[in-house]
Design a protein around this ligand. Structure first.
Ligand code: MN
Length: 242
């Protein structure tokens, strides 16, 4: 299949969210997302946190969107006050990203959601969060590993019959874990597709899998683990079909 036509790439254009780093006054996108999308035949495009009024235009320019990892979600967007153990938040980031998710859904553009993004998408669907796992739900499993990101540290049980299961083609997979927030009530229209052994939600999806979210970081695992690479392959394939 041709990937270029008259100098224009025919690869699916994948918009990848940036983060605002206040201390450096920069928008940054971690390289792993760019490499992963490139590796499976997508054209990565960085999306800055811009004017919320422009989310429709941005969603219209790409074939799919990746919501990436980052800081905690401000609990104000789901109607709660911050608990003492909450980490750094950026309300402008949250509001832009939630608006972009709604814009993508309205345009039927596939959305792949990673790490912090799973918290964002759950809020976009009307769900709530545990603001701080260790103090709020006292789990027995470490979800904020000190090991390198390429190290898989805990298991996730994949829901039979889920889109996740059709991608990973296994009942249990090993994942990395860099989150101290987790999903509480699940947004209406999402369903859980993977859980850690302590019950913490590790993946959700919508009815047709066009919205697909994982709590871990597959962009750090795809090179050596086919079941994690499959997440990006399935997503870019879906974007190409649009
Ligand atoms: Mn985890």
């Amino acid at each position: 299949k041709a990937t270029h036509k008259e100098g224009i790439s025919m690869k699916p254009r994948i918009g990848i969210m940036s983060r605002y780093l206040a201390k450096d006054n920069r928008f940054v996108t971690k390289a792993g997302y760019i490499y992963a999308i490139s590796a499976v035949g997508g054209l990565p495009i960085q999306i800055p946190i811009a004017d919320v009024a422009d989310v429709d235009a941005i969603a219209g320019m790409v074939d799919g969107i990746i919501i990436t990892g980052g800081a905690d979600v401000t609990p104000l967007v789901y109607g709660e006050q911050p608990v003492p153990a909450i980490g750094p938040t950026c309300g402008a980031n949250d509001r832009f990203e939630i608006a972009l998710i709604h814009a993508a859904l309205a345009k039927k553009k596939p959305v792949l959601v990673i790490c912090r993004g799973i918290q964002d998408i759950n809020v976009a669907y009307g769900g709530t969060l545990y603001q701080d796992n260790p103090s709020q739900i006292s789990r027995d499993i470490c979800h904020n590993q000190v090991a390198a990101g390429t190290e898989r540290t805990h298991s996730a049980a994949i829901e039979p019959g889920s889109y996740m299961h059709s991608i990973a083609k296994c009942d249990t997979m090993l994942v990395n874990s860099f989150h101290h927030q987790a999903l509480n009530t699940i947004g209406d229209g999402l369903k859980v597709s993977a859980r850690a052994m302590d019950g913490v939600v590790e993946a959700v999806e919508n009815a047709d899998g066009s919205v697909f979210a994982v709590q871990w970081h597959p962009e750090l695992l795809y090179a050596e683990n086919p079941e994690h690479r499959a997440i990006f392959e399935a997503f870019v394939k879906r974007c190409a079909a649009k």
